[in-house]
Design a protein around this ligand. Structure first.
Ligand code: ZN
Length: 334
């Protein structure tokens, strides 16, 4: 809220434009979305809804009229010339609304975007772990969970939305070794009293290979995001490589081209290591994208850690305009 008011005040007195002129950036600014639509009533993870369809339409209109919107396929040429300002629109995970809602908007504006998919969700559609954790907390008949082996403090279910509780439980999941995550989900099923989400239910959450082929034929770029969406740094090296290679193999089989572009699941600084980078290089990946904010200027470019700024549903089109004009202020790295 405070940030929205700051943006509003800066815009009204014309300071935003003056500042943007004074601090004119150059480089490649990457934005990252997950889902498009209205998740305010969802029992699943509401944090992955990045924008309403109307806001996304406005974002694409604004970006395409002020910047060259490019894809990773343009990066070799951009990096050779090292001048100019470019924007990359990316999506993570492979949610169905990317095809149903975002793709028609992108086509209408003739703007390309890059979609990083976890191939395990396409091949074997099931609820993601972050959506299941949120579902268990929101459908629990209890008022909270006590502290114990898995949680350092009690987690109170903050009704009506239980948004803070979901955030605490997701943080706990992301911080633990991957070997423990199944056990943790079993524990949460008991502790919440919600049980596990029925594996047999296909809620049609994900895009299919046919949809991805259609998007690719229309100029979109499809990249990898592992098979099962683990936090790679929490896995032994051989399993990290298996997640990356398995993802690349399925993309190549279904789309007929090697996986050249990749985004790290969760994408924080702690989510990937030098071993992860080595696996990517072995798998032939040219560019990999993180998710802890910030931008990459030409001077400090890193092919395997291209920073992206998260777009969240509470960030309205004014925020987006401010962020792309002044990414050093509104899109800082964490
Ligand atoms: Zn993801």
């Amino acid at each position: 809220m405070r940030r929205a008011r700051t943006i509003d005040a800066l815009s009204r007195c014309g300071l935003l434009s003056s500042l943007a002129l004074a601090i004119r950036w150059s480089g490649v600014l990457c934005l990252n979305y997950h889902r498009i639509g209205d998740g305010r009533e969802s029992l699943f993870d509401r944090g992955v809804w990045s924008a309403s369809a109307e806001d996304f339409d406005e974002h694409v209109r604004f970006l395409s009229s002020h910047f060259d919107v490019v894809t990773p396929l343009d990066l070799p040429e951009i990096l050779r010339r090292r001048k100019g300002r470019f924007v990359l629109i990316t999506f993570d995970d492979g949610y169905l609304d990317n095809y149903q809602t975002a793709f028609p908007i992108l086509k209408r504006h003739r703007v390309p975007a890059t979609f990083f998919v976890a191939t395990g969700f396409v091949d074997n559609p099931r609820l993601s772990w972050w959506d299941e954790v949120a579902w268990m907390a929101r459908t629990s008949p209890k008022s909270g969970i006590e502290a114990g082996r898995w949680l350092s403090g009690p987690v109170l279910f903050d009704d009506p939305d239980r948004e803070s509780a979901v955030g605490v439980l997701l943080q706990a999941y992301k911080a633990m070794p991957s070997d423990s995550t199944d056990e943790f989900l079993g524990y949460l099923a008991d502790a919440t009293g919600s049980g596990r989400f029925d594996e047999g239910v296909n809620g049609h959450w994900w895009m299919t290979w046919d949809m991805l082929r259609e998007m690719r034929a229309a100029g979109m770029v499809i990249g990898g995001h592992t098979v099962n969406h683990p936090v790679l740094a929490q896995l032994p090296v051989e399993r990290q490589c298996a997640e990356i290679e398995g993802c690349g193999r399925r993309l190549a089989e279904e789309l007929g081209e090697p996986m050249r572009h990749f985004s790290y699941p969760v994408g924080e600084r702690y989510s990937f290591t030098s071993a992860t980078r080595a696996c990517l290089q072995k798998a032939g990946v040219r560019y990999a994208f993180s998710y802890y904010g910030g931008t990459r200027r030409y001077r400090r470019w890193d092919d395997l850690d291209i920073r992206r700024i998260a777009v969240e549903s509470y960030m309205d089109p004014d925020w987006l305009r401010a962020a792309v004009k002044l990414p050093g202020i509104f899109g800082k790295a964490r």
